[in-house]
Each structure stands twice: as structure tokens, then as C-alpha cells.
Design a protein. Sequence first.
Length: 95
Amino acid sequence: MHLSEFQQHIKDRYFASDNARGSAGTFLWFSEEVGELAHALGQAARGKADAENLREEFADVLAWLTTLANINGVDLEQAVTEKYMRADGGPKGEK
């Protein structure tokens, strides 16, 4: 799957409710998911890894980030390509 396909899937399924919530409300959900990922990573660092939960939290963070991109009109695949997939291999602005 390409990032653009995932972004379209999230948009098709959730855009109406996400857009109604707006950027600020959606960012709060995103932040909560980042916190849950931080907790899962902390558990793993303490030797209490739950691989299934870790995968779920990574997926949730990506989904909510994608939602934020959708409601702000950002094409994530284009943004990532422009920033990180340069011919010289480095991020834009770095030498």
C-alpha cells in the first residue's frame, strides 16, 4: 500500500466527522494517541513489551496524523517525497 492509498482510505471513512471536529479537536486526539505510543514504548524499554499493542499504537498515531493532514489539505505522500526523497537522499535544506 502507498501512503496516498492509506490517506484516501482514512479520508473516505472518516472525513465528515473529522472535518466537523476541526484541527484543534483532532490534534487533541492525535496527542492522546502519541501519549499512548509513548507509554507502550516505555513499557518496552522496561522489558514489558507488548508487540501487538505497540503495533496498534503506531497505527493509531499514523491514522490520526493522516486525519490532520486530510482536514488541512496536505497530501502526505507529496510532502514526504518533497522533504525526504530528494535525489541526494537528504531532507530539503540540509547539505
